[in-house]
Write a protein that binds this ligand. Structure first.
Ligand code: SAM
Length: 607
């Protein structure tokens, strides 16, 4: 009976990670075979509606006091739908169900016919099809009817193997077939398929259906492949450090991007991986070792990135990757089956009251939802973890404080004397942590002094990705509308529904002026197209931005059709919007300069 009791215990406890992770957690082993437990729970979840109806209409919960609503549907599932029936030889719970076998079968036939299915196969096919399309098992239909896919993304660790060797010569993948599009992987008949978007966007990265668990494969265990979402691979691809170069990963743990960078710079290169949190630095250390990157990566444990200054070996780096803490609002909840959605049968059908256990579950759900962690211990090694996401706080104040911190990290990177390219990324979908941060750092004095700007789309390895930054969110940037559009085009955005494994933002800053005399506070013209420091220009630029915003809001065309009073009101509104925008732009600049001053003060103390 342990199979049913253990399944019931899982379904009763609050879900803090994916069902697979709960069942396959090596630190909490179950007596029952894991595959049987998983299959029983998933199948019961799929067939729960009809099972609930059968149990309720048979009235067995009133007659069999030992049966709980949960055990009743688990056992009824196996009685009616499992090939070998209830998986136990004897026992009071099995007897309780078998006593009502004829009644349960009759109710099941009635419920099946009511749903228009002449035989069992027709019913199971229909329910399975429904769940392929609508469950969390890789395919989700959004509220607007858009079908999106959540595959499992894999990065081939080129320090240890090649794409070719992992796919065709390994027992894990040699029976897989390549498909040309994501939807083919989910909807065509052959099960073992992979999707490889090829080198044009994601070199050495491919996707498989999420139902394939490859964590027990030799490829995964030996660090030849790394479970990493495609969106999390974008920063290293965008930074594009040459072989043999020196790179700093400023916020490194758990180390997905560090090991990706190590693979790109190769054996002759160097990666300094900086991590402030000691515990997370330990995970980083393990990941670097597993990836075989120890000789390339130097881990700076319990080190704050902003304390790296002149004299430190990392200070001479040419390339920096910054992936600081963020709200994590782009992270997908990797919960393949949501056990909280189980709708239990009631012993009192007529009352229509939810059962005691379902009320308890609801309370537990509510208290758990906020603290639902996004990754298991295993996934922490392989996937990006934004530790802040756990508090779920994306209030204005929270975003502002994250944004201040992110700005400080970038401003510090801007001061690295030999830096040529810097990527900044977040797994957030909030403009406050993305475009607004870009605008703030470009408006800073140090960016202007040192000639930092945004790399143009056409110069970047991610130029073919279609979703770019939001120009309207760069309105605080004191540049021409065309330049603002160019900067937005330089940024990459990924939506949660883009099937790359989560919402993401990444931008590459490049140093456009390469004149050492400028590094000593020269505020003269730098020949930098992206940021202008001239006050007159600033005024002119702001006005131009306003004009563009009016067009964007559709005001300029509408004016002539409106009654005079409506036009007056719109003019007033525009005026107050204009003032508000100037004020918020000024506030942001004051804030950024404050962050900068504080940072410069700290630096003096450190050096
Ligand atoms: C979003 S996670 C980085 C994920 C990582 N890039 C990856 O792909 O695996 C941000 C990390 O930055 C670290 N961090 C935050 N502030 C830092 C600082 N000032 N210096 C160094 N590390 C910092 C956090 O402890 C956290 O581990």
């Amino acid at each position: 009976m342990s199979l049913y009791l253990e399944a019931a215990a899982i379904l009763e406890s609050p879900q803090t990670s994916s069902l697979k992770a709960i069942i396959y957690n090596p630190s909490k082993p179950f007596k029952s075979p894991q595959s049987k437990l998983y299959a029983l729970i998933v199948e019961t979840l799929k067939f729960q509606d009809i099972l609930k109806e059968v149990v309720e209409n048979s009235g067995i919960l009133k007659l069999e006091r030992k049966l709980t609503p949960l055990l009743s549907i688990l056992l009824t599932h196996d009685l009616l739908l499992a090939k070998s029936g209830i998986a136990t030889s004897s026992g009071p719970l099995k007897d309780a169900i078998l006593r009502h076998k004829a009644r349960l079968n009759a109710e099941f036939t009635r419920a099946r016919l009511k749903r228009g299915h002449g035989d069992l196969k027709s019913l199971t096919d229909a329910i399975n099809a429904e769940h392929i399309r609508e469950s969390e098992d890789g395919v989700t239909k959004t509220a607007t009817g858009l079908t999106t896919f959540n595959p499992r993304w894999i990065r081939v660790n080129t320090l240890k193997t090649t794409m070719e060797a992992s796919l065709s010569s390994s027992p894990t993948f040699n029976s897989f077939q390549e498909v040309s599009g994501m939807s083919d992987m989910f909807f065509s008949d052959v099960v073992r398929k992979y999707y490889y978007p090829k080198a044009e966007l994601l070199p050495s990265i491919f996707a498989i259906h999420p139902s394939h668990d490859i964590t027990s494969s030799e490829l995964y265990k030996s660090g030849k492949i790394i479970l990493q979402s495609a969106s999390s691979c974008l920063p290293a691809i965008m930074l594009d450090p040459p072989k043999g170069s020196t790179v700093v990963d400023g916020c490194a743990a758990p180390g997905n991007k560090t090991t990706h960078l190590a693979a790109l710079v190769g054996d002759t290169g160097k990666v300094f991986a900086v991590e402030r949190d000691r515990r997370r630095a330990d995970i980083l250390e393990k990941m670097v070792a597993k990836a075989g990157a120890e000789k390339i990566v130097t881990i700076l444990k319990a080190t704050d990135f902003t304390t790296i200054t002149e004299g430190h070996p990392a200070w001479s780096a040419s390339y920096l990757l910054l992936d600081p803490s963020c709200s994590g609002s782009g992270i997908l909840q990797r919960i393949d089956w949501d056990i909280s959605k189980l709708n239990l049968p009631s012993s009192d059908v007529a009352s229509g009251q939810p059962s005691k256990s379902s009320r308890k579950r609801k309370r537990e759900d509510q208290s758990q939802k906020a603290s639902m962690s996004t990754a298991t211990t295993e996934e922490q090694e392989g996937q990006q973890v934004a530790e802040e996401v756990q508090d779920g706080d994306t209030s204005k104040e929270r975003l502002q404080s994250l944004s201040d911190f992110q700005v400080a990290i970038i401003l510090h990177a801007f001061s690295f004397p030999n830096a040529r390219r810097i990527t900044y990324s977040t797994c957030s979908i909030h403009a406050e942590e993305n475009e607004h941060v870009v605008a703030r750092v470009l408006n800073s004095k140090i960016a202007k002094q040192r000639g930092w700007g945004v790399q143009s789309r056409e110069d970047n390895p991610l130029s073919t990705w279609h979703r770019r930054g939001l120009a309207k969110e760069l309105s605080d940037l004191t540049v021409t509308p065309e330049e603002r559009r160019r900067i937005a085009e330089g940024c990459v955005r990924v939506n949660r529904t883009d099937s790359l494994g989560g919402g993401f933002f990444v931008v590459c800053f490049i140093r456009q002026a390469n004149n050492d005399s400028l590094l000593d506070g020269d505020t003269g013209s730098l020949g930098v197209a992206s940021v202008q420091g001239n006050e007159n220009y600033l005024q002119e630029g702001e006005d131009r931005i306003e004009v563009e915003d009016q067009e964007w809001n559709g005001f300029s065309d509408k004016h002539t059709d409106e009654t005079p009073s409506a036009v007056d009101t719109q003019d007033d509104n525009q005026l107050s919007r204009k003032r508000k925008k100037r004020k918020s732009s000024k506030d942001q600049q004051i804030r950024t300069e404050k962050v900068n001053r504080q940072f410069q003060k700290n630096r003096k103390g450190w050096s």
